[in-house]
Design a protein around this ligand. Structure first.
Ligand code: BGC
Length: 434
């Protein structure tokens, strides 16, 4: 890729996957703290009580990111660390911790970006229904106001909700993520409330001049298994669900009901003013993509009438996540999403590859080289891409997969908590220095 000095490189991490210190200094319990204690939810029976111990080792991690030459450090704030009960009393030690992280970034010359929500809802709010309770719009807005009042004078780039569709889909529809709820009504109400909350959170942050506020979208390319109308329609349904649901309502386009009629059920949770409230003029969009899915129509599957044809069945290699790694999605989504809102810049706010402990890290280098070329292709077609944030810095707690997938460019010894640069970190450092 031709080096453009305005093109930025950074890294993304999240609180629940890295911080540990799950009860320290007044932090409240999150839905992930609860979920990991339930039987058989996490593949390697692990939890994130220690994780990478970012809470105590943030300086080391920021130093590593700076040493590699990264310019952006995107991290998320743990809602229950700030508000142990989800609302009400603020935890001063929580406020102090993120002040320390932000200040250390600034003094080290790396730009801090804040994600306000990366899936670790306070358990106390889940006890009242979590994202299925419309009151969460107020709870979230109050939380964002606290973050704004404490950090907005120092942090200029904000991402509100990280991958709403994965958070609500995994946690409230499929039950494979915290809080482990299932069902279409949970999903539909959760989607509507999280989008409304995000729209209100945007207004709160934009009261401060000079902030750039965006959202991070999970994007998965969907392809038909067979060249039939039924499979093409199946693609449209899943594409609406996975790729359009979290952008179109914010653009004033409403929900993609035509392609995904089950969304009509949203009417149950809808108030007249919601269409207007949802409209949000984000300053930028974050694209996050890892894999693709091939689907076929299946009349016997409730609601969606679709099944996924797994990569193994198609003779395609999968990563330790059970996914087909698909760097090509970067160019595809950068081009596709730039058409929605051409005047707004895009970021690859996450991208990465999962390897198992015994795979050669050269695969990660090859993956990122591809991402660089594909991003360059998108830029040469006129797409305004500002930068790439890697997922992730240090191998961490990969949700229901535990510690088995290794997404980091730095490895973690889980006994000593020592970090060590992998081949890919060394390669990236060289690339960024050239
Ligand atoms: C999430 C991360 C996650 C990564 C890999 C993204 O969807 O934002 O939290 O670890 O994908 O699964």
């Amino acid at each position: 890729m031709n080096k453009n000095k305005d093109f930025k490189w950074g890294v993304t991490i999240s609180a629940a996957q890295t911080e540990g210190a799950y009860k320290k200094d007044g932090k409240g319990i999150s839905i992930w703290d609860t979920f990991t204690q339930k039987k058989h939810k996490i593949k390697d029976r692990s939890d994130a009580r220690v994780a990478t111990d970012f809470y105590h080792r943030y300086k080391k991690d920021i130093d590593l990111a700076v040493n590699i030459g990264l310019q952006i450090f995107r991290f998320s704030i743990s809602w229950p660390r700030i508000l142990p009960d989800g609302s009400g009393k603020v935890n001063p030690k929580g406020i102090e911790f993120y002040n320390k992280v932000i200040d250390y970034c600034l003094q080290s010359g790396i730009e801090p970006w804040v994600t306000t929500y990366h899936w670790d809802l306070p358990q106390k709010l889940q006890d009242k229904g979590g994202w299925c309770n419309r009151e969460i719009i107020d709870w979230y807005t109050t939380y964002v106001t606290i973050l704004r009042d404490n950090y907005a004078h120092k942090v200029k780039k904000w991402i509100l909700i990280n991958e709403g569709v994965v958070c609500i889909g995994g946690g409230y529809f499929l039950g494979v993520h915290a809080p482990g709820k299932r069902g279409i009504d949970n999903f539909i109400s959760g989607v509507h409330h999280i989008l409304l909350a995000q729209a209100e959170g945007f207004k709160v942050l934009k009261q401060i001049k000079g902030l750039e506020v965006g959202t991070a979208l999970s994007c998965t390319k969907i392809e038909p298994y067979r060249n039939t109308n039924a499979d093409k329609k199946a693609v449209n349904r899943i594409d609406a669900l996975m790729n359009r649901l979290f952008i179109e309502p914010h653009l004033g386009m409403g929900y993609p009901v035509d392609d995904l009629p089950i969304l009509k059920r949203i009417a149950k949770y809808y108030k007249e003013e919601d269409l207007e409230t949802l409209k949000t003029n984000f300053d930028f969009w974050g694209i996050q993509t890892y894999t693709k899915q091939v689907v076929k129509s299946a009349w016997y599957i409730p609601y969606l009438r679709v099944i996924q044809v797994k990569p193994e069945k198609r003779g395609v290699e999968t990563s330790v996540m059970g996914w087909e790694t698909y760097p090509e999605g970067t160019q595809y989504f950068l081009e596709r999403f730039s058409k929605y809102n051409p005047e707004k810049p895009l970021w690859l706010s996450e991208c990465g590859i999962a390897l198992s402990h015994n795979e050669d890290d050269q695969k990660r280098i090859d993956y990122y080289k591809k991402v660089i070329d594909l991003t360059q292709n998108a830029i040469s077609k006129g797409v305004d891409v500002k930068g790439i944030l890697l997922w992730t810095l240090v191998d961490n707690f990969e949700w229901a997969e535990g510690y088995l997938p290794k997404f980091g460019i730095i490895s973690l010894d889980r006994n000593t908590l020592q970090r060590q640069m992998k081949k890919s970190a060394i390669w990236l450092k060289k690339y960024l220095e050239e």
